[in-house]
Design a protein. Structure first.
Length: 448
């Protein structure tokens, strides 16, 4: 019986691996699962579905025998503006301004599935499998001449990237006693990436004079490449004050991904795009028999992954000279990245048991977006500017013990004005980026 259930869960996981995941805290998702998303992602100290293991593996033994699956519809609005640009400051480069103002919304909305299965081996131990979209980014712009030589000379072209990441989490969870549980998950990650329309960075002979990539023919337009990686997640949950207060801790190691070989001339460390280390603490307090309050703090260490954290190597007075230095070529260890800082995210959520069948949720989260004003040029491709989210959600119990849950999220528009962010070799000027988002999710789950 157990073997058949695990086999079914593994097949389910394999079916949903090739999914597009769009992100909102940097390139991470706001939360894991429809219930947690109704609380703005609060979940480290809560156990209420088979998706809870993605927030904290210690939660699974508290969930019981359970199945959950759902889908999120994610609709981001990405925009970029270039002002004060004078064209490429190199012989043979486009003459005149490459100023620009458009959205990167040719693709979308995006559909992000979720699923989880948990089975109790005994009263004190469970095994489970959770599959969630971890993060990603998508932009697609028309005629972005700063990055695409053909567009700079008037051709109709498209420029963009697409990153998709998913985690598959086989989990073992153990209840030490009635108050404390621990858990461990193997993080099996899969990612897909493609980039197109970045021809200006490929090699000399175009608008730039001099090479800027270590492997110019592995930088753009290579189609979809993919990679697998592994890490570990460990967690603890403890209940206090006659179970009115629960505290949770979780640590997710950096996930060591295989290189994206087709893009080893773009990403630092020869195409290495690891998933960064992150960790958090959460509390959940049952203020009344009907009202539950939760608060999470999550830390994501983007700067530890060079392809994400390396600054644009622009050189003195933002000349762009370092881009032509072999030590700083795109794809090398010190090559330009997106210049992201680490993020600390604060999430506050509440849920109220309206009656025996209906639970209502709401939440708000805040973080300082990771992009410095000097780093906006490359981040036209990844405008991860979001800082604030507001959410609402609900669960309704159906006859027979199953339930249906929903949530809605709005991420408020945030803009980063890139003061002097375009190097002089690219004509100078300012790249401004902004984004807002909406998402809706629905899920179905039951205990067995």
């Amino acid at each position: 019986m157990i073997r058949n259930r695990l086999l079914a869960a593994s097949v389910f996981a394999a079916m949903i691996v090739p999914t597009t995941a769009m992100a909102t805290n940097g390139y991470f998702m706001m939360g894991n699962g429809t219930k947690a998303n109704g609380r703005a992602g609060v979940g480290i100290a809560i156990a209420d579905s088979a998706i809870s293991g993605a927030d904290n593996p210690a939660a699974m033994v508290r969930v019981g025998n359970r199945v959950d699956f759902g889908v999120q519809v994610f609709d981001p609005d990405r925009k970029a503006t270039i002002t004060g640009n004078g064209g490429f400051n190199t012989p043979g480069g486009p003459t005149g301004s490459l100023n620009y103002n458009d959205t990167g919304n040719k693709d979308g909305p995006f559909y992000i599935p979720e699923g989880g299965f948990n089975y109790m081996l005994s009263n004190d131990m469970s095994i489970g499998l959770t599959v969630v979209g971890t993060g990603g980014m998508n932009t697609s712009y028309d005629n972005l001449g700063l990055f695409n030589a053909a567009a700079a000379f008037g051709a109709q072209t498209s420029t963009g990237i697409n990153l998709e990441q998913v985690r598959i989490l086989p989990t073992l969870s153990y209840k030490i006693n009635n108050q404390h549980s621990v858990g461990i998950s193997l993080q099996v990650a899969y990612q897909q990436f493609k980039a197109w329309g970045l021809d200006n960075f490929k090699a000399s002979g175009g608008p730039l004079t001099g090479q800027v990539s270590s492997v110019p023919n592995r930088l753009s337009g290579k189609g979809r490449d993919d990679a697998w990686g592994f890490g570990v997640s460990v967690g603890w949950q403890g209940s206090f004050m006659d179970d009115r207060l629960t505290v949770g801790l979780v640590y997710n190691s950096e996930i060591d991904m295989d290189e994206l070989d087709q893009y080893r001339g773009l990403f630092a460390e020869q195409g290495n795009l690891d998933i960064p280390e992150n960790y958090g603490i959460g509390i959940a307090f049952k203020a009344t028999d009907q009202l539950l309050l939760g608060f999470d703090v999550q830390q994501i260490n983007f700067s530890d992954v060079r392809s994400i954290g390396n600054d644009i190597q622009s050189g003195p007075n933002n000349s762009g000279a370092n881009l032509f230095n072999p030590a700083f070529y795109l794809g090398n260890n010190n090559g330009s990245g997106f210049g992201w800082d680490d993020m600390t995210i604060y999430k506050l959520g509440a849920e109220y048991q309206w009656n025996k069948n209906l639970t209502l949720r709401a939440g708000y989260s805040h973080a300082d977006q990771p992009i410095a004003k000097s780093q906006t040029m490359f981040n036209i491709l990844a405008p991860a500017t979001i800082e604030d989210h507001g959410t609402i959600g609900m669960t309704y119990s159906l006859p027979g013990g199953s339930e249906i849950s929903m949530f809605y999220m709005h991420a408020f528009e945030e803009k980063v004005n890139g003061q002097n962010s375009i190097p002089a070799a690219f004509g100078g000027g300012e790249a401004d980026i902004k984004m807002n988002q909406n998402a809706f999710g629905i899920a179905y789950g039951w205990n067995f």
